[in-house]
Structure formats: structure tokens, C-alpha cells
Design a protein around this ligand. Sequence first.
Ligand code: C2E
Ligand code: CA
Ligand code: CA
Length: 575
Amino acid sequence: MHKALRHEPDRPKSVLLIDIDGISGRILNSLVESTRKYRLIITRTFADGMLCQKQNECDVILLACNKRQPPLPKIIQKLHQFRPEVPIIALGINISDKYGEELLKANAFDYISVTKYSTELLNRAIRYAILSAEQQHKIVELRDTDALTGLGNRQLFLKLLAEKLEQNEQSSRKLAIVSIDINNFRSLNSRFGQHSGDMVVAEMGKRISTSVPEDTLVARLGNDEFALIVECSPYEDGKRVVSNMLKNIAANLHQPFRYGHNEMQINCSMGIAFSPEHGFEVEQLIHRAVLARQESKKAFETKFTFFHEGLDDKEDLYSDLAPEIAHALRSNQFVLHYQPQIDVRTGQIIGAETLIRWNHPERGLLYPDSFIPLCEQVGLIVPIGYWIIHQACMDLNTLQKQGIFLKHLGVNLSFRQFGDDQLVPTIKRILERTGVDTSVLELELTESTLHDDEDHILACLDSLSETGLSFSLDDFGTGYSSFSLLQKLPIDTIKIDRSFITDVTTSEDDAKIVRAIINLSHNMGKKVIAEGVETQNQLDFLVENNCDMVQGYFFSRPVEFSTFRHTLEHCAEAI
Ligand code: C2E
Ligand code: CA
Ligand code: CA
């Protein structure tokens, strides 16, 4: 159970008597008598009463006030606002029915007129008040608790965060808001079923709770999303405190999760925002912690990120550009450029890679790094991805009509496109409609693709392979694909990342890596392309080491389709 709702039914109950102008000794005696099984606290002023209420966690308040100064309903209202969960019983000399109504309206739980006072009456009133408060508590507990984990839910989290932020206004304390979720929860659910998903979430809640100090609030905000509120004293280095805590959580979450015979490993993304540094408002702080968490997600491994201003800027840029990108797609502002690929043995162009550009009406030609991540983030990569494949097929047909036959044409596929359940049928439809020679098409995947839902990706690749197209693995060496994974996937070509080629002639380490990649790939029956070849020396090294194909500025930068076509026309016979 979450700490904020921890309830101790066995603790002896306390009755707080706020006795403003002295009730008669007779009543006081009987009161002491009837409250024997309770802990009785007596104060003589309203202010002391408030203080007591704050410090003592009293269960019932008896408010005795004979005169009408200060007016009883006002005091009740104030006490109630301060702690609505503590019932208040008003005691007065002669409370008429009408005045009694007024007291109830002001949120008194009950009232007793001294004229009708009896020990039994008071006893009963106290008993009911406590019982009712307990029931009320139960309801609140159910309303604020997440059933799966027993932790606080979103509603409670928002309420407590608001309270803590308000308290913070008077102190120089720091609050850290941490947002945590699982990196591939959707695929975990679809792979192992909803039950195991629930199990992981419940277990995750436990592991997070046991990894943090007692006074840290842990809540489940939804699905696999958890949040924490960490209070740091002004003398502590907040970042260090939180880092240590999150490292602890990460270590605990890294242990495998067991469900039946299944063993699952999860990766999490975490984001942190601080108050007052990053805001004073509940919504803003949560939003910023989530933005930081999304930044962590890009790593595909367990990671935490502290919010920084740049993350907001990125978001502004996204919201500015998203409608513009959708418009660009409708008004044909995207173009495909082609970068030739050369057969190392013959020195001839045997293929190309398509690379998208945005012909922006005001900003000129934009390169993919400035808008593809954005398209991925807002989901526009799906329609743009289809446009790219369609356009590449059309261009390929244009070449074929001219009698130019490429051996292969690489088209980049974003890992986000696999999230679209229409990916396979849509690509198949494009291939059918354009009637393209599918054996030429090679979809370029990055290693990040393979870390999503392996079964889902494999099913998509297998189904797409049936059409005759093939796959290559882009940027090889930068991620962490194992060769055993490569063996399982229908991948024909490995593209060695440019970063290894850059220093291949000067760094013995890079040279070793490139040699090893070429050899292992060949042993697995896969072809190898080296990317980013810029010098003769690099080319010589690759020729010497039996690389199959090369691509890079040494031969050509990516060029417009018409330029590429003209180049090919000149060496058509060679192809
Ligand atoms: P990538 O798939 O690794 O593409 C190769 C990038 O390296 C291209 O950058 C290309 O212009 C650049 N390049 C090629 N040869 C050399 C060289 O010799 N030296 C140097 N310094 N760079 C070289 P570009 O066109 O800016 O594309 C960047 C990335 O954007 C691509 O990396 C790819 O991940 C993504 N991208 C490009 N087009 C598409 C597309 O149509 N769809 C998707 N999903 N992503 C694309
Ligand atoms: Ca590529
Ligand atoms: Ca690449």
C-alpha cells in the first residue's frame, strides 16, 4: 500500500477537545469518563486546536463554544478546510434546530446541545464520527489506489504533488518529479500476453518502491508509467541524490522478470524535472519529466535524462513543423536523391541508395537529419515512408523503361514504420501497383529496428521477402546486433557504418573491425557495402579486404534523380 494512504486501524484513537470558553466541570468530568478509551487532548484556544490538529493526527474534534463569539460555523469551516477527514462534533449551551442546521452546513459531523447532553449521547456521537471517518477513509483509499500495484494512482499523485508544491513555496526545498516507463511494453504485451504484462507492471511497482527511501512517493500513472516525487533538502545536490536513487531502481529493474516458464528482461526510460528549477505547476513539471523520459527512450537501453531547456525547444520546433511537414507531403515538396553504389571488383555503378530531401519553399533544401526524427516522433514517417517507397519504385521503372537495369536500389525504412500494422499490406500494394522489379529493391533497416518486437519484425520481414525484395542492415557496428541475431533475419547485405571507414587507414582498431565485419558477413553468406568512402586510400583498403560494394563522396554525393539518370545513361553499357 502506498504510504500516503497507510492506515493504522489499531492505533488508539485521539479526541481533541477545543474548549474555547470553558465548559462546565460536570460535562468535562463526564467527557473524561466517556473518552476513557480514547486519548483526550484539551486545548483552550482555536489556534492551539489547529496546531494540535496538525501535529497530533486526532481522529475526532469536539468543539465546545458557549458564546456565539467567535461564531461556531466559521471555526468549523476553518477546521474542516484544514483537515476535512477529521469529523467535528460541536458542543454548545443551547443549540436550536435551526442553529444546528447551520453547523451541519458548515461541515460539522454532529452537534450536541448541553441542555440535552448525556454521556451516552456523546459516546454514541464519537463512535459514529470515528466509524464514519474510517469508512470515508476506505472510500478514499479505493479511489486513490491503483488496484494492480497497490500504489497511489494518477489522481493521488496529482493531488499530492500539488500539495507538496504549495508547501514548497515557503521553503527552499527541491522536489524532483521522476517519470519511468518500460521501453518496449507494447511488444512485451503482444509477445507474452496481457497477463504477463500485468505481472511485470505489478512487480515493477514493487521493485521501484523497495529501491527508494520510505518518504519517496511512488505512484502508477497508467499502463507501464510510474512516477516518483523525491524531496531533496536545500543542502543536498538534488541531481546526485536522484541519480543514486535511479541507479538503484535501474539495477533492480534489470533483474529478469519471471512469469511461468518465461523469463523477461526489461529496459526502462526515466526522465526527471525539478521544482522550482523547471516549474511550479503540476502539469508543466510532469510534462517536462515526460519530455526528458522520451529523450532517454532514444537510447534503447535503461537510461535517465534530466530535463533541460533544449528539450522544450525541440518540442516547440516539432509542433511548429508538424503541420508544415504534412502540407509538404501533400504539395510534393519532398524529393529523392540518389547516391551511387559501386561494385569494388568492376568499378561500375551497380546500384544506389535513395535519400530523401525536403525542398522547402523558404528554407531551401533540407536534409533528412533535420526532419526525419521529427517525422518519426509525430508519426508522419508512416505516410512519408510510403511516399518514399512509391517514388523509388516509379524512378526504378523510369530507368528500366530507358533500358537501364540497376542491380539494387536501397530504400531506408524507419523502425517506427514497423509500428504501423498496415506496413506489409501497404508495401505489397505499392509493389503490385507499380509493377516494379522487386528483386532490385533492398529495404535498409537499422539495428534499432531489431530491438523492438523481434517476432513482429521477423514476421514482417518474412512476409515482405515473399514479394522478392531483400533487406540490408544499415549503420552496422554502431548498435549492438549480435551475429546470431543476424543469422535469424533475412538480411542479404551489411552496410558498414561510415564512422569505421573514416579512420580505417589510420586506426588499426578500426581496420581490424572492418576486416572482421567483412569476413564474418561473408561467412554468413551476406554481401558487404562500405559507406562514406571519401579517399583513394580507404577504397584501396576495402578492395584489398574483399569488400563487395562501396558508396561515398569519393565517387559521388547523393544527386537528383535526373542527374543520376544521366550518369547512368553514360555508363549504361557497363551496368
Ligand atoms: P544513412 O541511411 O546512413 O545515409 C547515409 C548518409 O551518409 C546520407 O546522409 C549520405 O548523404 C551521407 N553520406 C554518403 N556518403 C558520404 C560520405 O562519403 N561522407 C559523408 N560525410 N557522408 C556521406 P543524408 O542524406 O543526410 O541522410 C542522413 C540519414 O537520414 C540517413 O542516414 C538515413 O538514416 C536518414 N534518411 C535519409 N533518407 C531517408 C529516407 O528516405 N527514409 C528514412 N527513413 N530515413 C532516411
Ligand atoms: Ca541508409
Ligand atoms: Ca548508413
